[in-house]
Design a protein around this ligand. Structure first.
Ligand SMILES: Cc1cc2nc3c(=O)[nH]c(=O)nc-3n(C[C@H](O)[C@H](O)[C@H](O)COP(=O)(O)OP(=O)(O)OC[C@H]3O[C@@H](n4cnc5c(N)ncnc54)[C@H](O)[C@@H]3O)c2cc1C
Length: 408
């Protein structure tokens, strides 16, 4: 009897994980990965600055889902089957130890993405997964007997009993035409994980300064976040900005990436607590110059700049400061306004917001509800996380589940 043929479209993180999981679960199947380019695991190689941020040390599925602007509710079931703990165990049991950094990101102890690639290649080989490179699939034709014909760019045709689509996200709407042709619903793609460009940025001389805890709010929306911020020579970056870009991916796209932000450099303070603190300075250190009297954990250079922006002279002492001066300083500390115009891709990690509509995918098996026998894994679906290893976690989880269920 002929072996059942499982074809996986795409040799990325999700495709490899799906293929290994399928081949390990169903040893009698022929599992073949078809990859459009001449490279495998290309994003894994460059991920996390070449170190591959494999997952995040968040070991409770109900907490883990909170890091996904798209897919957070839908991922509850998949994470019950395979979560970050399972990722750590999977790699550890196959000889790759992972370490946790202070911010929770997990990397291979080797600090090299090659370790992850080697492991995936080894496992694929061990379970006889076949790999065909330069083999892009342009069309999927479901057959009456429940099988599929997969058509390549150069008229190649393969017959598949089951198909796992793990082709990643596409930046343009047209990238999904081959799926729409099969009535697979696709949410239009927009980029996620980017930094904010600020033309004529007055903080350029301070670029390189990072602050551990600022609050950023996008004016006119409910988008707001707190976290570390990095001043760059083109605007703002850092975890807080990336998080906002992910949660606001669609809204910010609709605004054509032109919007106002308010920054509170002192996220833990309120206007009242700032005012009380300044009054205290007036009493306790009346003769101290404000500009030289750095308060909070703000770097000296930024404090000086904020004091100057408030129109307070370099020699002004606390005792000399008028109520108006202090109000201006509070305004600059608490609600510094910047006009964002454009975005810059965050090269460490960027993802597509959008993709295959989750309502059409069975969260327990990854099977298409419209096309039995067709499965999805990874970024091709409308799932994406903030930075920190969450996007690979989605690839591992959904790839693992698709592989486990593909011939059930
Ligand atoms: C620079 C960068 C750094 C990143 N760093 C991290 C990180 O450290 N941690 C993290 O969690 N996430 C990171 N990400 C995000 C993460 O890489 C992706 O979410 C993840 O790779 C998605 O895996 P995937 O297998 O679904 O898709 P992909 O990795 O995009 O793989 C899809 C594969 O399918 C192939 N393909 C596409 N269409 C076809 C077709 N029609 N026929 C055949 N083959 C096809 C593609 O060529 C590709 O090889 C990073 C992303 C980038 C761009």
């Amino acid at each position: 009897m002929m072996k059942p043929r499982v074809f996986v479209i795409g040799a990325g993180a999700a495709g490899f994980f799906a293929a290994i999981s399928a081949a390990e679960t169903f040893p009698d199947a022929a599992v073949i990965i078809l990859e459009r380019t001449d490279k495998v695991l290309a994003k894994v190689r460059i991920s996390g600055g070449g170190r591959c941020n494999v997952t995040h040390a968040c070991f409770e599925p109900h907490q883990l889902v909170k890091f996904y602007p798209r897919g957070n509710r839908w991922l509850k079931k998949p994470f019950k089957a395979f979560d970050a703990k399972d990722t750590v165990n999977w790699f550890t049991n196959r000889g790759v130890s992972l370490k946790i950094e202070d911010d929770g990101r997990m990397f291979p102890v080797s600090d090299s993405s090659e370790t992850i690639i080697d492991c995936l290649l080894y496992q694929a080989k061990k379970f006889n997964v076949q790999l065909k490179l330069k083999y892009g699939i342009d069309r999927i034709l479901p057959q009456e007997d429940g099988t599929f014909l997969l058509l390549g760019k150069h008229d190649e045709v393969v017959e598949a009993d089951k198909v796992i689509i793990a082709s990643g996200g596409f930046p343009k709407r047209t990238g999904y035409d081959w799926l729409r042709e099969r009535n697979i619903e696709v949410v239009d793609p927009v980029p996620s994980l980017f930094t904010f460009n600020i033309p004529a940025f007055d903080l350029v001389p301070l670029s390189g300064i990072s602050l551990p805890d600022v609050k950023i709010r996008i004016v006119g929306t409910k988008l707001e976040t707190t976290g570390p911020l990095l001043i760059t020579h083109w605007g703002f970056s850092g975890p807080a900005v990336l998080k906002l870009s992910a949660w606001g991916a669609r809204a910010l796209n609709q605004m054509d990436y032109r919007f106002k932000i308010h920054i509170s450099w002192v996220a833990t303070h309120t206007e009242d607590s700032l005012r009380a603190l300044f009054e205290e300075q007036k009493v306790q250190h009346p003769k101290r110059g404000i500009s030289g009297n750095q308060l909070f954990f703000i770097p000296q250079r930024l404090w000086k700049k904020l004091v100057a922006n408030a129109g307070i002279g370099e020699d002004t002492r606390w005792i000399d400061a008028s109520k108006k001066d202090l109000n201006k300083l509070i305004e600059n500390l608490f609600r510094a306004e910047y006009q964002v115009h454009g975005k810059t891709t965050f090269k460490e990690e960027f993802v597509t917001c959008g993709g295959v509509e989750l309502a059409d995918v069975n969260a327990e098996t990854m099977e298409s509800k419209k096309h039995p026998g067709l499965f999805f894994a990874g970024e091709i679906m409308d799932v994406d996380g903030v930075t920190g290893g969450f996007n690979f976690q989605n690839a591992w989880t959904t790839g693992y589940i698709a592989g486990k269920n593909v011939l059930k």
